[in-house]
Write a protein that binds this ligand. Structure first.
Ligand SMILES: *Cc1c(COP(=O)(O)O)cnc(C)c1O
Length: 374
């Protein structure tokens, strides 16, 4: 059996198996008003912009809460009330964007597309042709509900050509994939610490176009989900508007250092090799992937449930959990599947251990696999 590197493997699309040195940062108490915390916040905000080419054109505003809080705050703050938002819905998280935008009272138009083929510039053009009053386009980059990577550059080109504003849920992809906010001319890019940045949940990070944020004073109907107010307060005082999750901010500071030390390219390569070994290993065992490899974001893999009548997701999940490994069910948009995420402190050795644990768990619940070839 391959050596086990972690007591507990969280193989979901976030939160993740967090490296010990990041967890260790959370053992220190910090004063949110101290200069050290202000400097830490500034380092994080600057680093976020640095890795997406946003230093000249954008600002990074952190806000307390999970990633969705940042999305709702971004919509409230950056999108005028008379706007009409086209939402690309080709997976579970596209549906969540509709829920947040619709629930926040915006006029929305859903562009419902199947999971495959990937959406094209023509799909977006056609939706814009059908409704001239659309002003904004909102979509996911990595749609973790299925595991696809939406073509944001092609869609950004349409947005620019047609004069529409673009908002991207890059929650799952930011830090692991190249995103150039200046080239995309994105109104907002929504990010999270607990995906490719490999830290813990508790803050949302919004990369907002500076000129748009400057023009958004007092637009948000919400007091707390007001990015402009948070930004102005941060700029004026160095402090967050209300109590920040200080332990989470400490962890994120360390996560940025680790991200810089590893390098985005090396991190992406690590994900790809872990993902490759996982997908190949599962195929050797007779599993089939939901997606063709070309369409998949190599941070999560979605597999069809085995056909063996002895299989149930609950039994498999339970057998894996007892061994300290947590996997994730498929979403409604991909019923009859389960998912394994490989973001976090995971490398190819861990994948070998994970595959062996899958063998053990399936054997325990009486599911036969075609495996054997290791
Ligand atoms: C994980 C994820 C989110 C997460 O939202 P939370 O508010 O942190 O639960 C949003 N969008 C995508 C594409 C995700 O993968």
């Amino acid at each position: 059996m391959t050596d086990r590197r972690h007591d507990f493997y969280l193989l979901t699309p976030g939160p993740l198996t967090v490296p010990p040195e990041i967890k260790a940062e959370m053992l220190s108490d910090r004063s949110p008003n101290a200069e050290a915390h202000q400097a830490l916040t500034k380092r994080i905000r600057d680093y976020m912009l640095e890795i997406c080419n946003g230093t000249e054109t954008h600002v990074c505003v952190p806000i307390q809460g999970s990633a969705t809080y940042g999305i709702e705050a971004g919509l409230h703050t950056l999108v005028p009330r008379d706007a009409k938002i086209l939402i690309l819905e080709n997976g579970y998280y596209g549906g969540r964007l509709r829920e947040v935008a619709g629930g926040s009272g915006f006029q929305i138009v859903s562009l419902n597309l199947p999971m495959m083929p990937l959406p094209t510039a023509q799909d977006i053009e056609a939706a814009l042709d059908a409704d001239e009053s659309i002003t904004h386009i909102l979509l996911c980059h990595a749609e973790t509900g299925t595991g696809i990577l939406n073509p944001i550059e092609a869609i950004a080109d349409v947005a620019k050509r047609r004069g529409k504003k673009l908002l991207i849920d890059a929650v799952a992809s930011f830090g692991g994939f190249k995103i150039d906010v200046a080239a995309l001319d994105a109104e907002a890019v929504f990010c999270s610490p607990n995906k490719c940045l490999e830290s813990v949940p508790g803050v949302a990070l919004v990369i907002a176009k500076k000129s748009s944020l400057e023009a958004s004073e007092k637009r948000s109907p919400s007091v707390v989900l007001d990015l402009h107010a948070q930004w102005k307060f941060l700029e004026a005082t160095g402090c967050w508007r209300w109590t920040p999750p200080t332990h989470v901010v400490g962890a994120l500071g360390k996560a940025c250092e680790r991200h810089k030390a590893e390098g985005m390219t090396a991190r992406a390569a690590r994900y790809r090799s872990s993902w490759r070994r996982l997908v190949d290993g599962m195929r050797q065992r007779g599993f089939k992937t939901l997606l063709p490899d070309e369409a998949a974001a190599p941070i999560i893999a979605t597999f069809y449930d085995p056909e063996d009548p002895a299989y149930s997701f609950e039994a498999f999940y339970e057998a894996m959990s007892r061994r300290g490994l947590v996997i994730f069910p498929g979403r409604l948009t991909a019923a009859g599947t389960f998912r394994i995420g490989i973001m976090g402190d995971i490398n190819e050795t861990d994948i070998s251990f994970i595959l062996e644990t899958i063998d053990e768990s399936l054997a325990e619940i009486g599911v036969r696999t075609d495996g054997g070839a290791r």
